[in-house]
Write a protein that binds this ligand. Structure first.
Ligand code: NAG
Ligand code: NAG
Ligand code: NAG
Ligand code: NAG
Ligand code: NAG
Length: 340
């Protein structure tokens, strides 16, 4: 009797496990066709040898292809990385026939070249777009802003050029944007001061060729992590700060910013502040001593002057040391030599 009860209890669980297990999925014929075309467009890399017309594409190497787990099954994630491409290959156009993709990742493929095709806007459900450590070139398509579902855009370490697409800030739910280590040039558009998304946490664009004056509209930009370092940006970078901002990590190193740091009010949550190698002038404000979370600080190689404020974490909090303040016009006092 007890045995019967247990098996009656277990049976639905067993059935459920069979039902949700990947082996039970089956992908649509047109998606299988698109995937096999992608394999061919990439020159049949050996890592995709399990992509075989006689098997269910939802079972192909769980990592590269993921299908939705409710009917009708669709390819929802495609992740291709470190593939042995035979030579320079463009982003396979057949990717843009996988209309239910929510996540597309292409990375660590130096032989992946050519532009990001405009057909990317076919992917109307895309939430995550990762293309990094490739040789993909050309501009970031402004039409990306038509993919309203985008949540995270990670395009670092490619060969992208052209200017920043002015319409990206209209994406309603964007959280994260990484564009570092490309050849993106020109000014930051005014629109980057007013992102439609209330949840943007990261905007990182370091190691590009951005130039021109920082727009005053960036007073309205508030993110946890802002990285504009190693560009050619100039002008009044003080708009990036404010007592009301929630920024925790701000990196402006290696630009041509020129402003009076004495007038800057720092948000109290700042933990990393890297302003080195700019043309920032004035006296360091007392407010710096109030930053209780400060763990990294570097204002070296600027034109700062006057006594370093004493207190808070500015003295004796490793790794903040004399090198954090070095090579300025006339900064003095601990941890630098005493003022004359
Ligand atoms: C496809 O996979 C089946 C089963 O693993 C195998 O028998 C067949 O030879 C494969 N076909 C090709 C073209 O690789
Ligand atoms: C890239 O392509 C070249 C031929 O142009 C080839 O020799 C090389 O092995 C390829 N590299 C990778 C990582 O696929
Ligand atoms: C990047 O693009 C430039 C010009 O389009 C080209 O000369 C260069 O070889 C590319 N670099 C790489 C790593 O693909
Ligand atoms: C600082 O961080 C705390 C805790 O994470 C948070 O509650 C607070 O809103 C933040 N302050 C600002 C100005 O964003
Ligand atoms: C500050 O930056 C300078 C110049 O790049 C560097 O030499 C120094 O080690 C840095 N110091 C700290 C504490 O980060």
């Amino acid at each position: 009797m007890a045995t019967t009860n247990i098996s009656m209890f277990l049976l639905p669980i067993v059935l459920l496990l069979i039902w949700v297990s990947p082996a039970a999925l089956s992908c649509s014929p047109h998606e299988k066709k698109a995937l096999l075309q992608i394999k061919q467009e990439l020159g049949n890399p050996s890592k995709l040898s399990s992509w075989n017309a006689s098997t269910d594409c939802c079972s192909w190497n769980g990592i590269q292809v993921e299908c939705s787990n409710t009917k009708p099954y669709h390819v929802s994630q495609l992740e291709l990385y470190g593939l042995d491409l035979p030579g320079p290959v463009n982003i396979p156009p057949s990717i843009f026939n996988l209309l239910d993709l929510e996540q597309l990742s292409l990375f660590e493929m130096p032989n992946l070249t050519g532009p990001i095709p405009s057909q990317i806007t076919n992917l109307k459900k895309l939430q995550i777009l990762y293309i990094f450590s490739t040789s993909v070139s050309g501009p970031i398509p402004d039409s990306l802003a038509q993919i309203k579902t985008l949540w995270s855009i990670n395009l670092y370490g490619n060969n992208l050029s052209g200017t920043l697409p002015p319409s990206l800030p209209s994406l309603p739910t964007i959280h994260v944007i990484f564009l570092d280590n490309n050849r993106i040039s020109g000014p930051i558009p005014d629109s980057y001061g007013s992102f439609a998304s209330k949840n943007l946490v990261t905007l990182a664009m370091s190691h590009n060729l951005l130039s021109g004056k920082i727009p005053a509209s960036l007073k309205g930009l508030d993110v946890y992590f802002l990285d504009l370092s190693w560009n050619r940006l100039e002008g009044d970078g003080s708009v990036l700060f404010g007592a009301e901002k929630s920024t925790e990590d701000i990196r402006l190193a290696g630009n041509l910013f020129s402003f009076d740091i004495g007038k800057v009010e720092f948000g109290r949550n700042i933990s990393r502040l890297n302003l080195k190698h700019n043309r920032i002038y004035g006296k360091l404000p007392e407010g710096l001593t109030k930053l209780q979370h400060l763990t990294r600080l570097n204002v070296s190689y600027n034109q700062l002057c006057g006594p370093i404020p004493q207190g808070g974490r500015l003295q004796g909090y490793f790794p903040i040391d004399a090198s954090s303040f070095a090579s300025n016009k006339c900064l003095c006092g601990p941890p630098l030599p005493p003022c004359k």
